[in-house]
Design a binder for this molecule. Structure first.
Ligand SMILES: Cc1cc2nc3c(=O)[nH]c(=O)nc-3n(C[C@H](O)[C@H](O)[C@H](O)COP(=O)(O)OP(=O)(O)OC[C@H]3O[C@@H](n4cnc5c(N)ncnc54)[C@H](O)[C@@H]3O)c2cc1C
Length: 378
């Protein structure tokens, strides 16, 4: 009998493969990349994501990662800092995704790297290596749609953002100033996240409105020049060195999207970014991807249809995605940016509420059979 076919070996696909394999199914993961690569991501691993990864049996300590216990919000010359209500980690996706996929393989999943799924049909997939039956299909291709199963566009989605990610080697004093902190720098038309990951590197990840990118000159070099007009980024990055020859980029990120699960075949499960895309500042996209994997595997084990899974996932994270999208819009203009920094400076404890409203809730983790990890800052 054909086991579940998983399209995409990122976090959602890797996690689903690990859970299904551990449960005795023989999932097949089709991943188009031949080897681990850098990914567009701020690489802020929230406590919810760590809870999921630990439950999969992944040894996070072995992977290293830079501890993060505070957030610093910056707009122009103003800044405010608050202790996070949990202990986060800065860990590269190259390292994390590879470890998860290897883990799934060790548990019995079959992983086929270098296979790209080109089309999804009623009960099969057409790949770069031929066609395969796939009555049960877990679509975990991230932000990339696959022909035959494109996501339905939704009103209210913030769809004109462009994302960039690169690594910097910072000067010792600037690296030390980032110790234990994730910095979120708000500027006209977007925001940037800066934090340490393993190996003394700093991840600079940003999203900008397309029109702001065009106004800056439509190239990475021009955008970086524009960013260096921000006093905080000029200080941090000014004497640093970019590590990647060019940044990773992604356009048209559908922030605010949540799959409604209508009119699809009963065996098609959308995981991760195929199911919900939360604004990046929340630092919880990875946790939603992992959560979706667990719910999909549980639904399959119960013999329930994909629609039941999609309803459950939407119930768990729909409100958080909508609120984070609303907040991202509010913080765009000058008053919103400065009000955000002012409010955090005035009431740093409010970060607890904000975190609770824009993340996978503890209750949802418990319903999925997990005990939330709370550490350091809690
Ligand atoms: C700018 C930015 C910053 C972010 N920062 C953070 C953060 O700091 N913290 C956080 O928690 N989240 C963050 N996120 C969100 C997070 O990166 C995603 O939510 C998460 O990667 C989703 O995981 P996924 O498994 O669904 O997709 P992915 O991780 O994108 O994996 C998809 C996989 O599918 C493969 N694939 C795609 N198409 C095909 C195909 N046709 N055939 C075969 N394989 C295919 C790809 O190669 C890839 O390996 C950020 C997102 C953006 C855009």
């Amino acid at each position: 009998m054909t086991g579940p076919v998983i399209v995409g070996g990122g976090l959602a696909g890797g996690a689903a493969a690990a859970i299904l394999a551990r449960g005795g199914a023989r999932p097949l993961v089709l991943e188009r990349e031949t080897e681990p690569r850098d990914k567009i991501c701020g690489e802020f691993l929230s406590t919810e994501a760590q809870t999921h990864l630990a439950a999969l049996g992944l040894d996070l300590e072995r992977l290293g990662g830079a501890p993060i216990g505070a957030v610093r919000l910056v707009a122009g010359h103003r800044q405010a800092q608050a202790r996070l209500p949990f202990a986060a980690l800065g860990l590269s996706r190259r390292r994390l995704d590879a470890a998860l996929l290897e883990h799934a393989e060790a548990l019995g999943a079959k992983v086929e790297r270098g296979t790209s799924v080109r089309t999804i049909t009623a009960d099969a997939v057409e790949t770069s290596r031929g066609a395969l039956p796939a009555p049960t299909l877990l679509l975990a291709s991230g932000k990339h749609d696959v022909r035959g199963a494109r996501r339905v566009e939704q009103a209210g989605v913030l769809g004109d953002m462009v994302g960039f990610k690169t690594y910097f080697r910072l000067s010792p004093p600037q690296l030390a100033a980032l110790d234990g902190v994730v910095e979120v720098v708000l500027f006209a038309g977007g925001y940037a996240g800066l934090q340490r990951i393993e190996g003394d590197l700093a991840n600079l990840c940003l999203v900008v409105r397309r029109r702001a990118f065009e106004a800056a000159g439509k190239t990475w070099a021009a955008l970086l020049d524009r960013l260096l007009e921000e006093p905080h980024l000029a200080r941090r990055l000014g004497d640093g060195e970019a590590v990647l020859a060019k940044p990773l980029t992604i356009a048209d990120i559908p922030y605010g999207f949540t799959h409604r699960g209508r009119d699809e075949r009963p065996g098609l499960f959308r995981l991760g970014d195929q199911a919900a895309v939360i604004p990046s500042f929340s630092g919880d996209g990875m946790s939603i991807a992992l959560h979706s994997a667990r719910l999909a595997a549980q639904t399959l084990a119960d013999g329930a249809p994909a629609a039941a899974y999609h309803r459950r996932l939407r119930g768990d994270v729909g409100r958080q995605v909508a609120l984070a999208t609303w907040l991202q819009r509010r913080a765009e203009g000058w008053p919103g940016r400065h009000a955000a920094v002012w409010a955090l400076g005035l009431a740093p404890a409010a970060i607890d509420r904000l975190a609770a409203w824009t993340r996978v809730p503890d209750a949802a983790l418990r319903r999925a059979g997990l005990e939330p990890r709370r550490a350091a800052g809690a």
